[in-house]
Design a protein around this ligand. Sequence first.
Ligand code: NAP
Length: 281
Amino acid sequence: MAGMILDGKALAAKCKEAVKKEAESLARKPGLAVIIVGNNPASRVYVNSKRKDCEECGFLSEEYALPEETTQEELVALVEKLNQREDIDGILCQLPLPEGINEEAVLMAISPDKDVDGFHPMNMGALLVGKEGFLPCTPYGIMEILAEYGIDPKGKQCVVVGRSNIVGKPMALLLLQKHGTVTICHSRTANLAEVCRSADILVAAVGKVDLVTADMVKPGAVVIDVAMNRNEAGKLCGDVDYAAVREVASAITPVPGGVGPMTRAMLMKNTLLAARKHQGQ
Ligand code: NAP
């Protein structure tokens, strides 16, 4: 029997509805500032969808579209100005930034209490030691999908393929926090197929079409596909050979309609959380 589809799109709509309701109860509406530098078409799509999400949730949304030749100093100055604004609860700088701008320096400039992407080392550190902070939206969204479908990582073999700071590493930490037994794989992992086959919960976050094939998946495993790739036909797809793996897995996220919409919804949730804190509510 084909595995159950973990419907991130439907869950994201539910989450955003709940965020909207909660936001209405605040004295001041949550505010999100999004900075985009240069003309990366994918970044433009992401920023547009963030604006739409803010509208849906009843948030104040401000967009700063800066030219490609913006300097790091100018960008940091804008972030510092937004750090001071009382009506702005979250600041997000769309990555990647043009060459010549040090991403780390810009992310570090965002005040940790407005870092709704959860990329500031203060928030990353909080996650590492199990303290409260903003969680990076993609792994946060995946944990929400697992919870919604009653999939408990406790005692399970969890394999995360990919070790980026924004997806793989925080994903591994969140699964560990929920008492999973976690293995992290990357480009130098020997016997990737064998390690993947040991997983009860397999998370693929690499960015390579058909990296995870059906023979790499344990029968009955839960498979989470984070990636957003284009195949040869230009169609959006993940890292997982979806049709074949669905026949082996007990549950699987589709691409599109799985992790992506939940990432967006968690940005709204983090912005609401920031607004609550700023308003002492
Ligand atoms: P990234 O920074 O490029 O990291 C990719 C990771 O994959 C690296 O750790 C790399 O290992 C590992 N890797 C590369 N080739 C591999 C191989 N053959 N076998 C095993 N591991 C391999 O990417 P990212 O930012 O984490 O994003 C990963 C994917 O998720 C991308 O497709 C991105 O578009 C997508 N994404 C989706 C969402 C969403 O909301 N759905 C959000 C963020 C990202 P090394 O560390 O050894 O180089």
